[in-house]
Design a protein around this ligand. Structure first.
Ligand SMILES: Cc1cc2nc3c(=O)[nH]c(=O)nc-3n(C[C@H](O)[C@H](O)[C@H](O)COP(=O)(O)OP(=O)(O)OC[C@H]3O[C@@H](n4cnc5c(N)ncnc54)[C@H](O)[C@@H]3O)c2cc1C
Length: 382
């Protein structure tokens, strides 16, 4: 395994900062945010001040200038507090990475406001007919003398109900399929943009998710991110980091479940003794700890491959797939350890179980992750 690039103290410091913030600021309000489906603007502003957005974005662009290993640490720690907050960190990280890699000097000027949470962003790929199969995107960007006109609709976009700025994948050459796609920075308050209602979700309910429609939306030529026709490639180029982020987020949810279950099993007494004294429950807790450790190790491995500029496609898919399946299975065990209480709103493990489910679906479903792993296996064997 590759070694981390930075001194151990730097990782310890960033873990401590994210952990303190998650414990002191995020966790105490997680149940309320979940119940009320509130966008926690104040929490995001404070994260901006603390430097918890843009972990891998270079310092000259206002980021923390760290690496994917550090990003994984921050995502896990924030998610232990509340995964919706970690998810926001993940979206900002992806957009920050895209802008850093492909942004023009003018576009890069948007980054400080994005990292400070003053500009709210949305990463707009999914459509009604383009979920797992993003090569089927139907939103078009027709070139004009001054720029482009965008028509189409996006679904289930994180932050859509509140975002100011969309990074929109659209077809600039429908005949060329995925080779004819481009990404545009779109002002979401511009004429022709409309929003669907906020979706009411099973979990991660503080994350605002909804639809965006583009009806003849004009954008200038300078709105194009990276080369025309390379949008699909650009979008794919950040997926490995994105999958490391979701794997870490899943580990954080499971870790919170383990901690809650362990504390409850110590306190709860049945048959005249703590339920923790039963070997059956001890083994459930041992399995939780073991599987969390395995998921964390896979995630760290993928992060280190990214940091060492080594192929990380298979490793990041393995981490995302394993960690999210693990989080769903082990938060179910946490609910089981709580007995009936675990099924009641207001108990943390009930929320964690709901929050875990989406990690198997977004950032590429786990069926798609397995397809990627299999493709890489077959490629290596041929
Ligand atoms: C809470 C939430 C937040 C989201 N945030 C964003 C966002 O910010 N931006 C964005 O662009 N999108 C976002 N999405 C969309 C998300 O990425 C998609 O839902 C996801 O990629 C799956 O697409 P789909 O829902 O259309 O499912 P489908 O692609 O229709 O898949 C349905 C089922 O079929 C399986 N399947 C499909 N194709 C195959 C295949 N080839 N082999 C085996 N199985 C297959 C899938 O694994 C799944 O089980 C979000 C979704 C949710 C629910």
């Amino acid at each position: 395994m590759h070694a981390p690039l930075l001194d151990a103290e730097i990782y310890d410091q960033i873990r401590e900062t994210a952990r303190r913030f998650a414990e002191d600021v995020v966790k105490p309000v997680a149940a309320d945010l979940d119940r009320d489906e509130t966008y926690p603007a104040e929490i995001y502003a404070r994260m901006g001040e603390l430097g918890l957005f843009g972990i891998t974005v270079p310092e000259e662009h206002g980021g923390a200038g760290l690496d994917a290993f550090a990003y994984a640490i921050v995502m896990e720690e924030l998610s232990r507090g509340y995964s919706s907050v970690a998810d926001q960190c993940g979206v900002v990280e992806l957009i920050g990475t895209l802008l850093t890699r492909y942004g023009t000097p003018e576009q890069l000027k948007r980054l400080p406001d994005i990292l400070a949470a003053r500009t709210r962003i949305a990463y707009c790929l999914t459509e009604a007919e383009a979920g797992s199969d993003l090569s089927n995107v139907r939103t078009t960007a027709r070139e004009t003398a001054d720029g482009y006109v965008i028509d189409g609709g996006k679904l289930w976009i994180h932050n859509a109900p509140v975002a100011d700025l969309g990074f929109v994948l659209a077809s600039t050459d429908p005949a060329a399929g995925h080779r004819g796609m481009s990404i545009f920075l779109v002002d979401l308050n511009a004429p022709g943009v409309s929003r669907g209602p906020k979706e009411h979700k099973m979990g991660q309910r503080a994350s605002q998710v909804g639809a965006l429609n583009f009806d003849g939306v004009t954008v200038p030529r300078e709105a194009l991110l990276g080369p025309k026709g390379r949008g699909f490639h650009i979008m794919m180029s950040v997926l490995e980091k994105g999958r490391v982020g979701i794997a870490s987020l899943a580990v954080g949810i499971a870790q919170a479940g383990l901690e809650a279950a362990l504390a409850y099993a110590r306190d709860r007494r049945q048959f005249g003794k703590p339920i923790l004294d039963n070997q059956g429950l001890q083994w459930m807790l041992a399995d939780m700890a073991k599987d969390i450790a395995a998921a964390r190790a896979l995630t760290e491995r993928a992060a280190l491959l990214i940091d060492h500029a080594k192929p990380a496609t298979s490793a990041s898919s393995m981490a995302k797939c394993f960690a999210s399946d693990m989080a769903v299975a082990q938060t179910a065990n946490a609910v089981q350890i709580f007995g009936g209480s675990g099924y009641i709103r207001g108990f943390e493990v009930e929320r964690l179980y709901r929050d875990a489910k989406i990690t198997q679906i977004y950032e590429g479903t786990n069926q798609i992750q397995r397809t990627i792993i299999a493709k890489e296996l077959i490629k290596a064997a041929s």
